[in-house]
Design a binder for this molecule. Structure first.
Ligand code: LLP
Length: 420
């Protein structure tokens, strides 16, 4: 009987040792992604920086590993910033995002010495300048621009629609210049460039190349109109991953290399220079490296469906319910057997929409089998909840035949400890 391994450790062993549901990361896979991003995203013509979008999955063990690879961090809240600080991350490589940062968060980030604020709007620019003045703390700011590019992705994870809540639209010159003016008068906040992010789970490189062309064209306009040149440019994240065997995303390293080539080409064509190009992959850094190991419980037929119930569900992975996201899975002990049944994999949360996989062909399952869902490493744990008071799973890193617990399972006690 073949047993599926992750990082050289059998899923059965992982389940016995750490329990289920369990999030397992193949550590070497994350390292490979990190290294191919860093090596693909380098240029002779300008500086480059790869920044991990920590919203995809945040943990101190991961931050330390990525930090060692020279990667910076995108955070969108005081909570995410706190996590990077606790892990001893390099603050000069932190990019503080978010469309409604509180004064407390701005103060916290300035005190921590974050390298960059990604400013969303005019009011935020004003508050940032004021607080930095009061605290006499220096930082740099990129202004988030909505380039108005729409790529093929789910509406909830699409950010560059004309009426998006993020950034200032590229044609809204009045507000863009207002921000530039506010920042240019500051002694403490240096306006060093611009940022754009067009959406998430975008599998084709063309959308990103289009965004680069648009943003570099925009920089050329600002050079002509305002004399700004040699700015920093972040192109955000959003690189798609393989959830199903039929998905064909461009590999992260290749995607990064294509972005560099496009930036070099467009800056030459439009006669404008950039001092630094930044990218912020989240999902593509950790998504395919992550698996969720569930134990199969009861099974039943209801109408024309064969339900296979697992010991987790929408509380540890909201993506199928929220975005109609599709995943594939295998039975760990039967990975070499021929599929003979069609199952609907459902969780144990009290909601009809708590279905993880609507239809999947699997070998005949028995209670106690391990069902391993693939590519759950991004936006699974980070979007997990305690709905129905299910505790969040434990998280394990596995590599070269060894495994280590990086986040312990949430207990009942943990869940109720905030009550006063
Ligand atoms: N940079 C910015 C400014 C972003 O807003 C995001 C994602 C990223 C980088 C990283 O994007 P990634 O490389 O991970 O696609 N919860 C959704 C995804 C939301 C993404 C939000 N922003 C999901 O589960 O699909």
């Amino acid at each position: 009987m073949e047993n599926l391994q992750i990082g050289g450790v059998s899923c059965r062993k992982l389940a016995d040792e750490f329990g289920t549901p369990l999030n397992v990361y193949d550590e070497n896979r994350i390292k490979y992604q990190a290294r191919s991003a860093v090596s693909g995203f380098s240029s002779q013509q300008f500086d480059t920086e790869v920044v991990y979008a920590s919203k995809a999955f945040s943990s101190a063990a991961l931050f330390r590993m990525l930090g060692e690879e020279g990667i910076g961090f995108d955070v969108v809240s005081g909570g995410e910033l706190y996590g990077v600080m606790k892990a001893g991350g390099d603050m000069s490589k932190v990019y503080f995002h978010g469309n409604n940062k509180s004064d407390e968060e701005i103060s916290m980030a300035l005190e921590a010495g974050v390298g960059y604020f990604v400013v969303d709007n005019v009011m935020e620019a004003g508050r940032l300048v004021e607080i930095a003045e009061k605290k006499q703390r220096e930082t740099r700011a990129l202004l988030r621009i909505n380039p108005g590019i729409s790529a093929h992705t789910h509406e909830y994870i699409m950010t560059a629609a004309p009426d998006s809540k993020f950034g200032i639209h590229i044609r809204d010159r009045k507000h863009i210049e207002e921000v530039i003016q506010k920042l240019s008068r500051s002694r403490y906040v240096k306006h060093s460039g611009f940022h754009s992010h067009i959406g998430s789970q975008i599998v084709e490189a063309e959308s990103f190349e289009k965004a680069l062309e648009t943003m570099i064209g925009f920089l050329a306009e600002l050079k002509a109109d305002l004399g700004l040149d040699n700015m920093e440019l972040s192109i955000g994240g959003g690189f798609g991953i393989r959830y199903l065997d039929t998905d064909k995303p461009v590999e992260l390293g290749d995607m990064c290399a294509r972005m560099i080539a496009a930036a070099e080409r467009f800056t030459a064509e439009k006669n404008v220079s950039i001092s630094k190009l930044i990218t912020e992959p989240g999902r593509s850094m950790v998504g395919e490296a992550g698996y969720t190991v569930y134990t199969v419980g009861d099974m039943k037929t209801s109408g024309d469906k064969n339900y296979l119930f697992v010991d987790g569900g929408m509380s540890d992975n909201i993506r199928p319910a929220l975005y109609d996201a599709e995943y594939t899975a295998v039975l760990a002990d039967k990975a070499d057997q021929t599929p003979e049944m069609t199952y609907c994999v459902a969780g144990k949360n009290c909601e009809s929409g708590d279905v993880l996989i609507k239809q999947i062909r699997l070998p005949k399952a028995e209670s106690g089998d391990l069902l391993v869902m693939k590519a759950t490493g991004a936006y699974g744990y980070s979007m997990a909840s305690n709905y129905n008071r299910l505790g969040r799973p434990a998280v394990v890193f596995a590599a070269d035949g060894n495994s280590r617990l990086i986040i312990r399972r949430e207990t009942y006690e943990d869940q109720y400890k905030l009550e006063v």
